[in-house]
Design a protein around this ligand. Sequence first.
Ligand code: ZN
Length: 288
Amino acid sequence: MTYQEIEQKMQELIDMGIDYEIIGTSLLGRNIYAFHVGNYGPNQMIVEGSIHAREYVAGLAVVEQIKYTNKVGVSEGGIYFIPFANPDGVALVLEGIDSVVCPKLHNYILVINNNSYDFSQWKANACGVDLNVNFDALWGGGAQNVFCPSPANFVGYFPNSEKEVLILISFTEKVSPIVTLSYHTKGEVIYYGFETLSQKLIARDRQIAEYIQSINGYVPIKTENSTGGYSDWVSQELEVPAFTIEAGSYLLPTPLPISALDDIAIKNNPVPVKTLQYVITYNKNSQQ
Ligand SMILES: [Zn+2]
């Protein structure tokens, strides 16, 4: 697969007449798309994918969710889908160093990649920052964190330093979602319950994670020793339910083969629309 094929998938969604906006551009100038299905106004959800470059199959799974949700419709509220939150990283994984248009960056990125031309395991953006540990949510406190540019796990020189992270933050603040999903690979688990949340809100999120389990069969796990992620930031700042879903069997290789997509789609296509309705109902019941 090439990055151009991913751009074609974005164009196909646009051609289907699905509402979209370009919420910003990556460091190297690639569009970051948000598609919208359903109603505008209150009760919005955000679904984000492929913030980790090598997990691009998660972004393809979000594309399938967009088509499915557009077909079945959303009765109440609406859903914003951001299939590829880290387009430069995904392009590096798919096309290697030639995906970087600026040749002066080639040596820098190759050094970060241990002088290897194999970018299949790259998780970061084009600066060697792992976007999903760069958010200002107990930043730098994660068990896997590293503090120099790296193919994975570099937290950045300071929290919220990366352009792609700032784009997600400003878009999320604008939308003010009632729930968010972040699609990663792999392991078939649902992470919930960031440590800054009260016990009451962790119990809320556990209940919603168990509902998601009833749809996709994945196992809910309370997040531990993970900081600086999008879900962590949403939990801390908005205190709304935020889940990191690891799609695909842990038995599969990394990156996940595209052949894994059918199974992921069958299990996860209904997750956004059903979870949004569940959270709307949950919120109504808890207000009574
Ligand atoms: Zn990931």
